[in-house]
Every structure is written in C-alpha cells, then in structure tokens.
Design a protein around this ligand. Sequence first.
Ligand code: SF4
Length: 117
Amino acid sequence: MPITRAEAARLARRTGMPVDDFSVNNDGVRTLLNNAHTRACVFLLTDTADLNGEGMCSVYDIRPKGCQTYPYVLNERDEAVLDEGCPHRDAFDAPADDVATSLLNLEERIVQEGSAD
Ligand code: SF4
C-alpha cells in the first residue's frame, strides 16, 4: 500500500517504530511492508497467511488514505475499480463517481513527494 510522507510520520509516531521498519521506499514511492510470515501488512493483527483468515488493523483509526479507499483501486485507464485481489470485493458496491478523483489526487501527491526526495 503506497503511503504519503505525512502518513508515514503519523504511523511512526503512533507505533514508535522507525519508518523503515514498516515501509520501504521503492523508486520514490513509500509502501507499507508485509510481514514475512503472514504475507499481510505489518500492521494487520493476524497469525495466518490465509487471505480469508481473520485479522484486524492495529492502526485502523489512523490508517492511510489508500487503506480507507481500498478495495477501490485505479486500473490502467485511471478508472476506479474493485481490486481483483480482494477476497471480499463482492461485498462492495461499484465505486462512486468521486473515488477515481480521490485516488488520482492521492497518487499524484505520493509521486510528487517521491520526485522531491
Ligand atoms: S488497513 Fe491497516 S492492516 Fe490494512 S493495509 Fe492499511 S495499515 Fe495495513
């Protein structure tokens, strides 16, 4: 999950973890890391690698914007769609009209931050 600089700082403040312990900078885009055992986000409280397994976000109230918007993601035509990889996507309605704009604005902010580094 890509995150902004402000989101990384907020997660570090809340958890006490160094930013590089929960995220990695890939070509200027900072992205949350996955737990090696569960293969899920490092902040997901779970003990299973099963995609349908139980889990709870340990930073839910300050989760990044991309997490708040998920499972809506942008496709290659910059349209908002339900992520094919989400096992619960059938429980969601089609994306509202403003979701693509919100995701494009988020993407632009993350890319701009990366190019400013
Ligand atoms: S909602 Fe929480 S557990 Fe899920 S990807 Fe975001 S930070 Fe990680």
